[in-house]
Design a protein around this ligand. Structure first.
Ligand SMILES: Cc1ncc(COP(=O)(O)O)c(C=O)c1O
Length: 380
């Protein structure tokens, strides 16, 4: 048995998704920009996929742009908003994904955009009063705050953040990569100007995603070229990727309640089993707190031990795929900017388990027991 508990990194493709994609690899190969029938049938399939995505998010197809994934969508929203509107002030958090943080850092270096970071506590909860303080008396500002954190699972209150942004007339981008396909997003209720999706995080194909761009915010394209995506992204479309993305999102919405319940059960079981079998185990961020944390992610904090250096390697030898990284940056662990920002004790070990609809309670029991054994041996 090999156990895959790294679903926040990527998820396996759903067979139903593959079946929807396959004809667009073999039979329907036309270029969607061609005016002949081979092209037109593919164009029509792309527009149907766009309508599916827009319908699920309760918005207009004109506001959905397909991209190469979450990273590109984040880059486009942040860079192009600053560039198009000449924005020189941006606010983010140190807990963001590198797709956001590195883009911000580059804007600071190359275009003189001043970046401020919202304060957070040791569990990663953002201080929204600080966000208001930062926004007060600022010229036009871009705010980029993720919906949920990919490492520790914390869910930010993007409804409240959206309201604050509206009050101060700020443009609001939220990296929703980890919640897309796992929670429902109703764009008529959310006050976000940009949200994003990445198909491979919800059992779709890799290398395809989308950007929702509020019709009131008109940005210039990130990628120059042809007139694809209504002049918003040059380049021949990733046709089968787009078809797969729409199918995967459709399935995710169709089965969401059932999967939520199943996966939450697995996460709770893992937390419980670890606490029963190990001493001094705790959870980073808000991992352990019900609706404040993704039901797909559990970030475990483990006792100080020599094994921590090689933890992911040891799990791999025991046929368990997981990820994470300690607060320090050394050896086999790349180190986590998120855990460092939470001031997590670098001597402790950390591992992120992330679950999907395909995991089973038996797998959870095996992983919890294996982890407990590794530490018992080491600490004996
Ligand atoms: C929060 C978050 N944002 C952005 C990305 C990047 O998405 P993609 O892999 O589609 O570029 C990821 C993927 O790990 C993520 O977890």
């Amino acid at each position: 048995m090999r156990v895959y508990l790294d679903n926040a990194a990527t998820t396996p493709l759903d067979k139903e998704v593959f079946d929807a994609m396959a004809p667009f690899m073999l039979e329907h190969f036309g270029n969607p920009s061609s005016i002949h029938s081979h092209g037109r049938e593919v164009r029509s399939a792309i527009e149907k996929a766009r309508r599916t995505v827009a319908g699920l998010l309760n918005t207009s197809p004109a506001e959905i742009f397909f991209t190469s994934g979450g990273t590109e969508a984040d880059n486009a929203a942040i860079r192009c908003t600053c560039r198009t509107y000449g924005i020189k002030h941006a606010i983010s958090s140190k807990l963001e994904h590198h797709a956001v943080l590195h883009t911000m850092e580059l804007l600071e270096k190359e275009e003189g955009v001043q970046i401020a970071y919202v304060r957070h506590d040791e569990r990663g909860s953002l201080d929204l009063e600080h966000l208001e303080e930062l926004l007060a008396n600022q010229p036009k500002t871009l705010v980029s705050i993720m919906h949920a954190n990919n490492e520790i699972g914390n869910i930010n209150d993007i409804e409240a953040i959206g309201e604050i942004c509206r009050k101060y007339d700020a443009v609001f981008h939220s990296d929703t990569v980890q919640t897309m396909g796992h929670y429902k997003h109703d764009l008529q209720q959310l006050n976000t100007n940009f949200i994003v999706g990445s198909a491979h995080k919800f059992h779709g194909p890799k290398g395809v995603g989308f950007l929702y761009c509020d019709a009131n915010v008109k940005i210039q394209p990130l990628i120059q070229g042809g007139a694809q995506e209504r002049n918003m992204r040059g380049g021949t479309e990733n046709v089968y990727g787009i078809i797969g993305l729409a199918k995967a999102l459709e399935i995710a919405y169709r089965d969401m309640d059932e999967h939520h319940k199943h996966i939450q059960g697995l996460k709770d079981r893992m937390a419980q089993k670890l606490k029963e079998q190990m001493e001094d185990v705790s959870f980073n961020g808000l991992s352990e707190f019900g609706d404040k944390s993704l039901y797909t992610v559990l970030n475990v904090s483990l006792p100080a031990s020599d094994i921590n250096e090689m933890l992911l390697f040891s799990l791999d030898i025991n046929k368990i795929s997981a990820s994470g990284g300690s607060a320090c940056s050394s050896g086999a662990n790349a180190g986590s900017h998120v855990l460092r920002s939470l001031d997590v004790d670098p001597a402790r070990g950390s591992v992120r388990f992330s679950f999907s609809k395909y995991n089973t309670p038996e797998e959870i029991d095996y992983v919890a027991t294996t982890l407990a054994k590794l530490y018992k041996k080491e600490l004996a």
